[in-house]
Design a binder for this molecule. Structure first.
Ligand SMILES: NC(=O)c1ccc[n+]([C@@H]2O[C@H](COP(=O)([O-])OP(=O)(O)OC[C@H]3O[C@@H](n4cnc5c(N)ncnc54)[C@H](O)[C@@H]3O)[C@@H](O)[C@H]2O)c1
Ligand SMILES: [Zn+2]
Length: 358
């Protein structure tokens, strides 16, 4: 984190910045970052944002934009996002909109933020869904690439273990598509399996965690470079949605208390089962996926939801094209494929795999 001050201050015209800090961070982390920025010649104006998906709203983004205007921030004054994926997504969105775009620096402080949310330039907020339904995830947003991302694994020491494990789900996702990405990393699936096994029952940390993060980031960056705006009809950035169409449906269902990564872990299981029901993979892939999710200490099933509720929420996914679902499914070890309008039985098989027997 020591590098953050000089690197932000070194951006052209960055005599001031807007620091959006996560309310969950130990105050001394925020103090240290402020002091480092100030010491390097960049005066921060700090706003603390309440973390958690409920706060990833249009209203919070609007308040931040109002603050920026009231502070008289200018075009070259960057926004610095210091926090988890929620803070990163809101801060990135605000930076994309203020004065039609100011630089954004991402400084992720959760594992999920490091391996996924801070990389690739997607930013946004959730919008209220139809009456009685949960929020619509990331329904208003922008592509706004960070000028740089700075991830320091030491900051993860204060992260509650449940959130650390939630981030592992995105590492598993990257491992499951390691051979389909433009910058292939064929050994990542096995390396992830071994790392998860070693961490079973103890907190992921140290060089092994830093190495897994670096490989995960490289893999995602390679995918984004090839298809920044998710425009390629097949493959491209869309492959990063592996597990997410199923996962988002359970994450945003009314009453859900799942963290994003916990929902993604379930979504990965659903995707493997769906793929098996289509004959794209054998039972081995389902078994391995479950094993990875289990070793990561993530939930293997969710209680209290009906298949119909989950199916209805999947139809609300913003990746739905022309009314038909579009699923990214495994088709071999480390490989994925895009399935347009999958047969209903395959979708329902995936859903059933996530739900605990009632
Ligand atoms: N933009 C993208 O491409 C992208 C990709 C994946 C996920 N996301 C988004 O990321 C969000 C989830 O991110 P998340 O998992 O980081 O959750 P989060 O931002 O809610 O953070 C999790 C919790 O950890 C706390 N926290 C953060 N850093 C901490 C630290 N170092 N020590 C102690 N506590 C800390 C936060 O206050 C919060 O309570 C979702 O909204 C998801 O949609 C975006
Ligand atoms: Zn995700």
């Amino acid at each position: 984190m020591a590098d953050l001050g000089p690197r932000v201050a070194g951006l052209p015209g960055a005599s001031r910045c807007f620091l959006v800090a996560d309310s969950g961070l130990p105050p001394e982390v925020v103090d240290r970052v402020e002091a480092a920025l100030r010491g390097a010649g960049c005066e921060p104006s700090t706003r603390v944002v309440h973390a958690g998906e409920d706060h990833k709203t249009w209203q919070v983004a609007g308040e931040l934009l109002g603050d920026m205007a009231a502070l008289g921030l200018e075009r070259r004054h960057p926004v610095v996002a210091l926090g988890g994926g929620v803070v990163g997504d809101i801060a990135g969105f605000v930076a994309s909109a203020y004065r039609r775009g100011v630089p954004i620096v991402q400084c992720p402080t959760t594992l999920l933020g490091m391996v996924d949310a801070s990389v690739g330039g997607k930013a946004g907020v959730n919008l209220p869904g139809p009456a009685g339904a949960g929020a619509l995830k990331n329904m208003a947003g922008a592509f706004h690439q960070p000028v740089f991302v700075l991830a320091d694994v030491e900051v993860l020491e204060s992260l509650p273990e449940r959130h650390l494990r939630s981030g592992l789900a995105e590492c598993i996702k990257h491992a499951m598509l390691c051979d389909s990405a433009p910058r292939r990393d064929p050994g990542l699936l096995e390396a992830t399996r071994a790392a998860l096994l070693a961490w079973k029952g103890r907190r992921p940390a140290g060089e092994a965690l830093a190495a897994l993060i670096a490989r995960s980031v490289a893999l995602k960056a390679g995918v984004v470079e090839e298809d920044e705006r998710e425009e390629k009809p097949a493959g491209g950035r869309a492959i990063l949605n592996l597990g997410h169409t199923f996962g988002h449906a359970v994450e945003t269902a009314p009453g859900s208390t799942l963290l994003h990564g916990e929902a993604v872990g379930l979504g990965l299981i659903a995707a493997a089962t769906s793929a098996a029901s289509l004959g794209l993979v054998g039972a081995e892939c389902e078994r391995l996926t479950r094993e990875l999710v289990e070793h990561a200490g993530l939930p293997l099933a969710i209680n209290g939801l009906s298949p119909a509720t989950v199916r209805a929420r999947m139809a609300l996914d913003k990746k739905v094209v022309g009314g038909g679902l579009r699923l990214v499914l495994p088709c071999g070890p480390g490989r994925v494929t895009l399935v347009e309008k999958p047969p209903e039985e395959a979708v329902l098989a995936g859903i059933a795999a996530m739900l605990a027997p009632r």
